[in-house]
Design a protein around this ligand. Structure first.
Ligand code: ATP
Ligand code: MG
Length: 429
């Protein structure tokens, strides 16, 4: 026999025991976004490679070394999306969703692909929920994005475990002036830079700021500071954002080294970080990208967004013990039937119950089995109650209803009362 195949390294199955937590998380986020008036968009997972090169930037970790790029049968270069913003902007432009200054508040969910070194919290296929807003200029929308994530942490019970880091990158014009000053400084000290930084010094000098090398970081403490180069417009914008966060009581720290990995950001950038997940501590990150739509061939359109990593947030919920007990249970009632006649009656009875009690999670024992083995399965299913339909019950048109958790006597319930009785069990915690 040949060895069974395995999944690709860094690409994980999400197993049945994990999906309730994923669905709880996804459901919490989607109803929150509904509540703030965001609409979902679904883009393809594969796009032309050119799209990511143009939007993310050629000299970025993602484009330089992380993309899954291949040639399809037509000879086109395609790439599995490494993030969602590029495809979202492409779709917005293609369908004219943000034309003539029209406001769009969009969100998406799905897998992203990056060829990174797999480790806890870092995978090659991972999942993001992203939000993108078009055509709102002021800091109020930057604040709204942060407030809604803050509300999410509250709903999930993890506010104490995350910290908001904030920075402003200024407008493209201001950054260009800073860039020159930074390059001049870096050139003067080129021999003290790590290899990556030396290579990036000219192509993408801002990325040198978040170099992982301790020596480079030490050198940078004397480098020109981006905050001293911020233009008036960006200063006012940043002050407006901070005032709104202060007014709402959202704590934050300013991190002037925060530049984000992608080229397209301007003005606001932010990250929500936790110290609970080791070095993969960023659970949500985003910022403003006022130049991106134009850079991708559209009219100048302000944009701002963020993406959160679902794996990291699910891990955080598990690490902090914030998995709600109720989501672990997926069955409310388990029906066991004994004998051929009762099995047949169970088919009709269970369908009738499904008609009458929407929302009830009813599992019917599949196949025959002894009383003992059916009961074992009922118990293992996690159901709160077992319904028992044997020959005696069939003759009397009743079912036995036995509580499986905690105390309580078995009751006999007439078929005609069953729906009313079970309605109280639907989604009981
Ligand atoms: P990091 O600094 O951790 O590499 P990033 O800046 O590359 O993150 P973004 O492109 O901003 O990440 O993506 C937004 C979020 O998606 C991250 O904050 C993180 O939660 C999640 N994420 C990014 N890459 C991965 C990955 N390889 N595996 C799991 N989650 C990821
Ligand atoms: Mg990364």
């Amino acid at each position: 026999m040949s060895k069974p195949l395995q999944a690709i390294r860094g690409m994980n199955d999400i197993l049945p025991e994990q999906t309730p937590l994923w669905r709880y998380f996804e459901g919490t986020v989607s109803s929150l976004l509904d509540g703030y008036g965001y609409q979902q968009i679904r883009m393809p997972i594969v796009e032309f490679t050119e799209l990511f090169k143009r939007s993310i930037g050629e000299v970025t970790d993602i484009v330089e070394k992380e993309m899954y790029t291949f040639e399809d049968r037509n000879g086109d270069s395609l790439t599995l999306r490494p993030e969602g913003t590029a495809a979202c902007v492409r779709a917005v432009l293609e369908h004219g969703l943000a034309g003539a200054g029209q406001t769009q508040k969009l969100w998406y969910i799905g897998p992203m692909f990056r060829h990174e070194r797999p480790q806890k919290g870092r995978y090659r296929q991972f999942h993001q929920i992203g939000v993108e807003v078009f055509n709102i200029n002021g800091p109020d929308i930057d604040a709204e994005l942060i407030l809604l994530t803050w509300r999410l942490w509250g709903l999930l019970g993890i506010r104490d475990a995350v910290k908001l880091e904030l920075n402003s990158l200024g407008t493209a014009a201001a950054r260009a002036v800073y860039r020159d000053a930074l390059v001049a400084f870096l050139s003067e000290h080129a021999e003290q830079l790590d290899e990556d930084s030396r290579r990036r010094m000219h192509s993408n000098p801002l990325r040198v700021l978040d170099s992982k090398s301790a020596d480079t970081q030490a050198l940078l403490s004397n480098a020109p500071k981006l905050e001293d180069y911020l233009d008036e417009e960006s200063r006012v914008h940043f002050a407006g954002l901070k005032a709104r966060l202060d007014a709402a009581g959202v704590p934050y720290v300013i991190n002037t080294k925060l530049v984000r990995g992608l080229d397209y950001y301007s003005k606001t950038v932010f990250e929500w970080v936790t110290d609970q997940l080791g070095s993969q501590g960023t659970v949500c990150a985003g910022g403003r990208y006022d130049g991106l739509v134009e850079q991708m061939g559209g009219k100048a359109t302000p944009g701002v967004g963020f993406a959160m990593g679902i794996e990291r947030l699910v891990l955080l919920l598990e690490t902090l013990g914030k998995v709600p007990a109720a989501i672990a249970r997926t069955v409310d009632v388990y029906l066991c039937a004994f004998g051929e006649a009762a099995e047949l009656a169970a088919v009709a009875l269970s369908e009738q119950v499904r008609d009458q009690v929407p929302g009830l999670r009813l599992q019917v024992n599949a196949g025959a089995g002894s009383f003992k083995s059916q009961f074992k399965k009922a118990d293992k299913s996690g159901a709160l109650y077992a319904l028992i339909l044997g020959e005696d019950e069939l003759a009397q048109q009743v079912v036995g209803c036995k509580p499986l958790r905690g105390q309580g006597e078995q009751q006999s319930i007439a078929w005609s009362d069953l729906a009313d009785h079970l309605a109280t069990y639907a989604n009981q915690a």
